[in-house]
Each structure stands twice: as structure tokens, then as C-alpha cells.
Design a protein around this ligand. Structure first.
Ligand SMILES: [Zn+2]
Ligand SMILES: [Zn+2]
Ligand SMILES: [Zn+2]
Length: 333
């Protein structure tokens, strides 16, 4: 269940790194974020790191997305970290309960069922066969004429025997020995998208990141969200603005309007026109997902707002590119 309110989540969506991660979910490139073990760092999320850049920021962003209810999580594993140096490169040591040495020998206890003799497996070993030391019969079929009766350990240091060793840990990086009492013991999660939340939000926030990437890849300087001051002195917010040196049309403004129903209302065109009239950018584009209403289309033409209609993110980028080219804006590959 979502733990944060809608405005709190809206704040989170403003983070470009988050837009990027969520856009990969929406395009189907990522369905689940699974951790991958790395002996140096412990678990990492390479699919998200590829977008964000470093493991610490990745963890922070995933936790934030979970906290506001955008991502769901499931426990994938638990990891032990060294209390001294925080490394995950930690081994487990089964130790002697008497002298704490980890130099112990583990053997199986075997019972020869017909004669009832029980001893350590070593005592039965005879070449690659198992022979009963008491009655000299061969033990051939496990669970028929013999059975494993448990585990028996002996300590190479103090010579004592025991059946349950005590686990302890050894840090392979700094050499610290520690027990569970001192260990840092953390949950490791896999993450999936909370579909409910994404329906609530609509595609608008999420579309910004891929469009921004596309424009940057074509040499534009991009701002999003972007605030431009109009003739009236008022600042207006656009979802994206793009500009490029040496371009005839120097400032492009882009807004995104989405609708859960069939058609985007003409209200979005009217709202954009008010801003465009004041700011007077060189070109204004409105991306309508999935389709603009008939009246909206007419208004867009009247107000000289270039309408880009698309069903999803990939279509939106292609349609925007086609529209820019039609407007004689150079979009070099
Ligand atoms: Zn350590
Ligand atoms: Zn011992
Ligand atoms: Zn026997």
C-alpha cells in the first residue's frame, strides 16, 4: 500500500534519475529489479546502476521509491556485513563450542542397521567401500542396511567432539572475527513497480525523462521542468525546454498532456497557449497521450502549437522527431 500522499510522490517524480528508472519499467525494458551479488559491495542493482551511476545513489533511490509507494519490494536475501569495515566479503566459520577454534573436522555418523553399530564415517571407510568395523559386512545401500545418523565434529585444536558447531564470521577484507551478535545483518530486496500508483500518475511525468534523453542525444541543451519569464514578468513552467547553439529556432517549449480516457481535453492547449503567448518561444509542442480532442486539434492550429499525438513513450519520441523535422528544425542523428 502506498505510504505517501500524491503530492509527495509528485515531488519524487521530479528527480530525473527517478524518471529514467520508471521510464524503463513503463517501456517494458525492466520488469523486476533483482540484486546481483558482488563480493566487494555485497548486493548491487546493475540494471539501475547503469542509469544512475553509483551503487550508493542506487540504493537511496530504490529505498525512496519504495517509501513513497511507487515500488513494491520483496525480501530476496539477507546479507552479513563486517561491523569493523562494513565489507560484505564475509565468510562463515563453524567453530568449536569449547575453544572457539574454527579448525574443526566434520564427519557423518553412520549406523550399520543389521548389527546396530554406530561410529564416524571414517571408521567405516575401507578404500572406496564402507565396511562395518564390528561385523565386517559391507554397507551397500543407504537407508536399507545403513543410515546416516547425524553429524559429528571434532576440534583439531582442543581434541573435543561435539555435534553442533558454533557459527562465527570472518571478514576477508580486514580480518576481523565476529559473531552474529556484532554482525550487521541487512535485508536485500527485489523491486517491482506498484501498478496502482502508475495508473494514478499517468504517463506525463515519466515521459519527460526519455524525451529529455532523446533531445540531449541530438545535441540540445534541455531543462525540465523549466521556468521561463514572460513579457508580463510572470514565470511559466514548461515540462521541457530545449535549445541549441546556432539554431534558427533557438528555444523550443514542450508540454505533455495525458488522459486516461480516449481523448486529451482542449484545456491543455488553452493552458499552454496562455504561457506561450506570454513567453513567446520559437516553437511550442504539446505531446498528447494518446490523442487530442477534435476541438483541441483546431485550437492548436489556431494558436500555432504543434500537436504530437502518441500512444506510448516510443511513439511519442518518433512523433516528436517527425514533427520537429516537419518544422524545419535540424535533428541530427
Ligand atoms: Zn572487515
Ligand atoms: Zn576446540
Ligand atoms: Zn555391523
Amino acid at each position: 500500500m502506498a505510504k505517501a500522499s500524491k503530492p509527495e510522490r509528485a515531488e519524487v517524480y521530479r528527480d530525473h534519475r527517478i524518471q529514467l528508472v520508471l521510464s524503463k519499467f513503463l517501456s517494458g525494458e525492466i520488469n523486476k529489479i533483482d540484486p546481483v551479488y558482488d563480493s566487494k559491495y555485497g548486493y548491487r542493482y546493475p540494471s539501475v546502476e547503469a542509469l544512475i551511476g553509483d551503487p550508493i545513489a542506487t540504493e537511496e533511490i530504490l529505498t525512496r521509491l519504495y517509501d513513497v509507494g511507487i515500488l513494491k519490494r520483496q525480501v530476496f536475501d539477507k546479507t552479513i556485513y563486517c561491523p569493523q569495515c562494513n565489507s560484505a566479503n564475509v565468510s562463515i566459520r563453524y567453530s568449536c563450542p569449547y575453544c572457539k577454534s574454527f579448525y574443526i573436522k566434520k564427519s557423518s555418523l553412520i549406523e550399520h542397521i543389521p548389527c546396530g553399530y554406530m561410529d564416524k564415517e571414517d571408521q567405516f571407510k575401507n578404500g572406496d567401500k564402507l565396511i562395518c568395523p564390528r561385523c565386517h559386512m559391507e554397507l551397500s545401500k543407504q537407508d536399507v542396511n545403513y543410515r546416516k545418523a547425524g553429524i559429528w565434529c571434532s576440534c583439531n585444536e582442543c581434541g573435543k567432539s561435539f555435534d553442533i558447531p558454533v557459527p562465527s564470521h570472518f571478514c576477508r577484507v580486514c580480518g576481523t572475527n565476529f559473531t552474529f551478535d556484532d554482525a550487521i545483518y541487512r535485508d536485500v530486496y527485489s523491486y517491482t513497480l506498484n501498478e496502482e500508483i502508475m495508473k494514478e500518475v499517468g504517463a506525463g511525468f515519466i515521459l519527460v525523462a526519455p524525451i529529455r534523453e532523446f533531445l540531449q542525444s541530438r545535441g540540445f541543451t534541455v531543462e525540465s521542468p523549466s521556468f521561463l519569464k514572460g513579457k508580463s514578468g510572470t514565470s511559466h513552467m514548461f515540462d521541457i525546454t530545449a535549445s541549441r547553439e546556432g539554431m534558427t529556432q533557438s528555444v523550443l517549449v514542450i508540454d505533455i498532456a495525458t488522459s486516461k480516457d480516449e481523448l486529451v481535453s482542449e484545456q491543455s492547449i488553452i493552458a499552454m497557449f496562455a504561457k506561450v503567448y506570454d513567453v513567446a518561444p520559437d516553437k511550442a509542442f504539446l505531446i498528447a497521450i494518446p490523442k487530442m480532442s477534435g476541438n483541441g486539434g483546431k485550437l492548436a492550429e489556431l494558436y500555432n502549437i504543434k500537436l504530437v499525438e502518441a500512444k506510448n513513450q516510443n511513439e511519442a519520441i518518433k512523433a516528436l522527431e517527425a514533427c520537429m523535422i516537419a518544422e524545419a528544425i535540424q535533428v541530427p542523428k
